[in-house]
Design a protein around this ligand. Structure first.
Ligand SMILES: [Zn+2]
Length: 369
C-alpha cells in the first residue's frame, strides 16, 4: 500500500502544505522533527514534547541497537511503547553514527564492521541487519542503509561511496519489503505498516546527486531523503545540492533533508518544497546556553543578563518564556543545574516548531492553519 501523502496547498516558491498519514500520527508538513537520540529528546519529557506540538521525533538506530538493544525493545512492544511516545517516529539507518562515532570501522561491499564507542565490542552492520533492527524498533518510517559521504571528498571517493550506497539501497528495499510486516505493532495498527525512505548521496557533485536521485526513484521508495549535507560544507553548497535534487524527486512523495539546520535555513528549505527536516541543533545549542529567538541568537551565559527580568524571547509564548526570566535561565546555566538544559531546550524546540507552523500557515490556500 503506497504511503498516504496528501498535498493540500502549494506556494509559488515550491513550498507545499501536506498531510503525511503514518501509522501512529497524521503529520502536518512541512515538519521539523526533534532528535531523540537514545530514546529521549535530551532533557525534555515526552508530555512536554506533546504540549509543544511535536508530531514526529527521531530515534537513532546505532545508539538503541547498542543500548538497550533492539531485541529487548521489540519484546517490549517496540520503541513507541518503550519510551511512551504515541505519535510518529522515524529511525535513521545507523549508518551516520557508525561512520562518525565508532572506531576501527572496515567497510566492504557486504557491510561495515565497527567497534562500539561504548565498550569496544565488535559489530557488523549490513543493509539487511539495519532493516531488521529498524523493523524491531518499529518506527513509522525507516531509512535505507547508506554511507554518508564525508566533506570534502574527491570525485573518485564520492563515486565509490555512491556505488556502495546505491547497492545498499536496493538490498535495504528488498529486505524491508519482505519483512516490514514484522514490526512489533503491526497487528494493532491494521493496514498501515512501516515505510522506507531512500537516501540521495553523491557528495557535492551535482551529476552524482542526479544519478543517485534517478536510480532511487526507479527503485520506488515510499519517500526520499537528501543525506550527506551539513557535514561541514559552506552553506551555499548545501543550498545548491538541495536545489539540484528537489526537482528530481517525485512531487507526490515526501522529501526529507537530513540534519539541517539553523532557523533561517529550515524556513528557506521548507519554502522550497522540503517536507521534513531534523537537527540536533536546537537541543544541543540549548545545553550550551545558546537560545534562538525572534531577535537573533542569545547566549544566556552573558553577564548582561544577570539581572534581566525579561523573558528569553519577548515574541515567544512558550511555557518557558511565559514564566521565566533571562536572569533565572542564566543563573541555572551558571550553577550547572539540570533544569537549565530542560528549559533552554523547551524554548529552542518551541522556536523551531513555531517556524514550521508559520510556514504551514503561509503555504497558500485559505484552509491553511
Ligand atoms: Zn520561548
Amino acid at each position: 500500500m503506497p504511503l498516504d501523502f496528501k498535498i493540500s496547498t502549494q506556494s509559488e516558491t515550491g513550498g507545499r502544505r501536506a498531510q503525511l498519514v503514518l501509522p501512529h500520527q497524521t503529520v502536518e508538513t512541512p515538519v521539523f522533527m526533534p532528535v531523540g537520540t537514545a530514546g529521549t529528546v535530551k532533557a525534555v519529557p515526552q508530555n512536554i514534547l506533546e504540549d509543544l506540538g511535536a508530531q514526529i521525533i527521531l530515534g537513532n538506530t546505532y545508539h538503541l541497537y547498542l543500548r538497550p538493544g533492539h531485541e529487548p525493545i521489540r519484546r517490549m512492544g517496540g520503541l513507541h511503547r518503550f519510551i511512551s511516545w504515541p505519535r510518529a517516529m522515524l529511525t535513521d539507518s545507523g549508518g551516520f553514527q557508525v561512520f562518525s562515532l565508532s572506531e576501527l570501522r572496515k567497510v566492504t561491499d557486504e557491510g561495515v564492521r565497527f567497534r562500539s564507542h561504548l565498550d569496544g565490542s565488535s559489530h557488523f552492520f549490513t543493509p539487511e541487519h539495519s532493516m531488521d533492527v529498524q523493523i524491531a524498533l518499529g518506527a513509522d518510517i525507516a531509512m535505507a542503509f547508506d554511507e554518508c559521504t564525508e566533506y570534502p571528498a574527491d570525485r573518485t571517493r564520492a563515486e565509490e561511496s555512491l556505488r556502495l550506497t546505491m547497492a545498499w539501497a536496493r538490498r535495504s528495499l528488498d529486505h524491508h519489503t519482505a519483512h516490514r510486516h514484522e514490526v512489533p505493532w503491526d497487528e494493532e495498527q491494521g493496514c498501515r505498516t512501516q515505510c522506507l525512505f531512500g537516501i540521495v548521496q553523491g557528495g557535492m557533485y551535482p551529476d552524482l546527486r542526479k544519478e543517485s536521485a534517478e536510480r532511487l526513484v526507479e527503485m520506488n521508495f515510499d519517500g526520499y531523503a537528501i543525506g550527506g549535507l551539513s557535514v561541514g560544507e559552506p552553506r551555499d553548497l548545501t543550498l545548491e545540492m538541495i536545489s539540484e535534487v528537489l526537482p528530481l524527486l517525485p512531487k507526490d512523495k515526501p522529501r526529507y533533508v537530513m540534519g539541517v539546520g539553523y532557523p533561517d535555513e529550515i524556513e528557506q528549505y521548507a519554502r522550497m518544497g522540503v517536507d521534513m527536516m531534523d537537527c540536533v541543533l536546537p537541543t544541543r545549542a540549548a545545553r550550551h546556553g545558546l537560545l534562538f529567538t525572534s531577535e537573533g541568537r542569545l547566549n544566556i551565559k552573558g553577564k548582561r543578563y544577570a539581572e534581566d527580568q525579561g523573558p528569553p524571547d519577548p515574541a515567544c509564548d512558550c511555557m518557558v518564556c511565559r514564566r521565566y526570566s533571562r536572569a533565572y535561565l542564566r543563573h541555572l546555566m551558571h550553577s550547572g543545574e539540570a533544569l537549565s538544559a530542560t528549559l533552554n531546550s523547551i524554548h529552542n524546540l518551541a522556536y523551531y516548531l513555531g517556524i514550521m507552523k508559520r510556514v504551514r500557515a503561509t503555504c497558500g490556500g485559505a484552509d491553511a492553519r
